[in-house]
Design a protein around this ligand. Structure first.
Ligand code: NAD
Length: 424
């Protein structure tokens, strides 16, 4: 497989182009949507605790703000690239549009393996990155959040640095903060909670009884662990989980509460006892009903897709399926819940957090969860109806729902003068 096939920016552009065409829209819409409106590259030299100086590279991409300020996470990972950050910002625009949030798409990243840094150096890097992107962010401009390898603690360092620079407390700058400094109840679990709501809606559509269903998960970080918790609570038997350390399998079902406690104590999956070890490839091929990639991009590929037996693939991660992997699953009739729908619970509760910060009035967790559930169900319905109406797959339907919403905003702002939107 060529790297072009795995470049998320090339993948998202192709899907945008196909969806614009299928909606019967003018090609100029594709040319507006394909490029982020603003991209920043920053150099982040930090002096480490051992006295050495290292210069890291970071990015922030802001895709489109026709619906509201840009919004999206910050990723710390060695494989971050500019194209990846651009693609992720476009996915954020589509995600917010599908959920009908008044937000645009943004994303940031730093090329770093956080495991190589001690706590003091990680804090220095987090504060330095935010200093560099300060001119382009703010509660009315672009609101960052956590993503891979970034945590509420890192969000707290970042907002503290921003507040110091601006001279006052601006809680709406960043979401995914600790609750004590303006975070929202329910944010930590929101992405996983949303993933499981979509799995439930898909199971209803496919007449699958979740209380008899089995699942396997790749990734047990923020998203994967919360997804496993809510699957377990829904009666689903989670038989396999992998993370960066390895994987575990138990045919009778893993003890998820015990595993959550074990990981919460700072352990890794591979050290969890009384289960068999399993590789990512073996996990993908298990005869389960639901498969959930919740780690990295480009995991379901021409190599791994042929062995997948799951009826539902719930894309909790961003971009876990390559176009070729997608084609193979579609041919098998696998029901894919696409990433831009499946993991949108995170941005939804981040939106609630920003609303609460702006109002300076905080909601109880029941309200957060209830409003999240309403928004997830409505979005699933919009995408499913588009799929039924157009006779297409869920991924393309999700793109079309997102594009339709963005196009209506573009038209309202006069960007599209005489466009014929009647087919929308
Ligand atoms: P995280 O850093 O908390 O967890 C990542 C997990 O992936 C870890 O368990 C890690 O061990 C595992 N992993 C890494 N490499 C792996 C490998 N080769 N095989 C198996 N597992 C591996 O990150 P997260 O916040 O849970 O994000 C996971 C995915 O979900 C990303 O694609 C992210 O963009 C997406 N996402 C996150 C949020 C959010 O709210 N955090 C929201 C929407 C989408």
């Amino acid at each position: 497989m060529s790297t072009h096939d795995q470049n998320p920016y090339e993948i998202v552009k192709k899907l945008l182009s196909e969806s614009v065409e299928q909606l019967g829209l003018d090609e100029s819409i594709y040319h507006i949507l394909k490029k982020p409106m603003r991209v920043m590259e920053v150099s982040i030299p930090i002096r480490k605790e051992d006295g050495s100086v290292e210069n890291y590279t970071g990015y922030r991409s802001q895709h489109l703000d026709v619906l509201g300020p840009c919004k999206g996470g910050i990723r710390f990972h060695p494989s971050v690239t500019l194209d990846e950050v651009k693609a992720l910002s476009i996915w954020m625009s589509l995600k917010s549009a599908i959920i009908e949030l008044p937000l645009g798409g943004g994303k940031g990243g730093v090329i770093v393996n956080p495991e190589d840094l001690n706590q003091r150096d990680l804090e220095e890097l987090s504060r330095s990155y935010i200093r560099k992107i300060t001119p382009v962010i703010g509660p009315e401009k672009d609101i960052p959040a956590p993503d891979m390898n970034t945590t509420p603690e890192i969000m707290a360092w970042m907002i503290d640095e921003y507040d110091k620079l601006r001279g006052y407390n601006i809680p709406g700058l960043i979401t995914g903060k600790p609750i004590i400094i303006g975070g929202s109840e329910g944010r930590l679990d929101a992405t996983g909670r949303g993933v499981v709501i979509h799995i439930r809606e898909a199971a209803n559509a496919l007449n699958i009884d979740l209380s008899r269903a089995t699942a396997a998960l790749q990734g047990f970080g923020n998203v994967g662990s919360a997804t496993a918790k809510f699957l377990h609570e829904s009666g689903v038997k989670v038989v396999a989980v992998t993370d960066v350390s390895g994987g575990i399998y138990k045919e009778e079902g893993l003890n998820i509460p015990a595993l959550l406690e074990f990981i919460g104590e700072g352990n890794v999956i591979a050290d969890f006892k009384e289960c068999e070890s399993i590789s990512n490839e073996e996990m993908f091929a298990l005869p389960v009903d639901i498969l959930i990639p919740a780690a990295l991009e480009n995991q379901i590929t021409s190599e791994t897709a042929p062995s997948i037996q799951a009826k539902i693939v719930a894309e909790a991660a961003n971009g876990p399926t390559t176009p070729e992997g997608n084609r193979i699953l579609e041919e098998k009739g696998t029901f894919i819940i696409p990433d831009i729908l499946c993991n949108a619970g995170g941005v939804t509760v981040s939106y609630f957090e920003w609303v609460q910060n702006t109002m300076n009035y905080y909601w109880k967790e029941e309200r957060v969860n209830k409003e999240l559930e309403e928004k997830m169900i409505a979005a699933f319905k919009r995408v499913y109806e588009m799929k039924e109406n157009k006779g297409c797959e869920m991924r393309q339907a999700a793109y079309m729902v997102g594009i339709r919403h963005l196009v209506l905003a573009l038209q309202a702002r006069g960007w599209i003068q005489n466009g014929d939107l009647s087919k929308l």
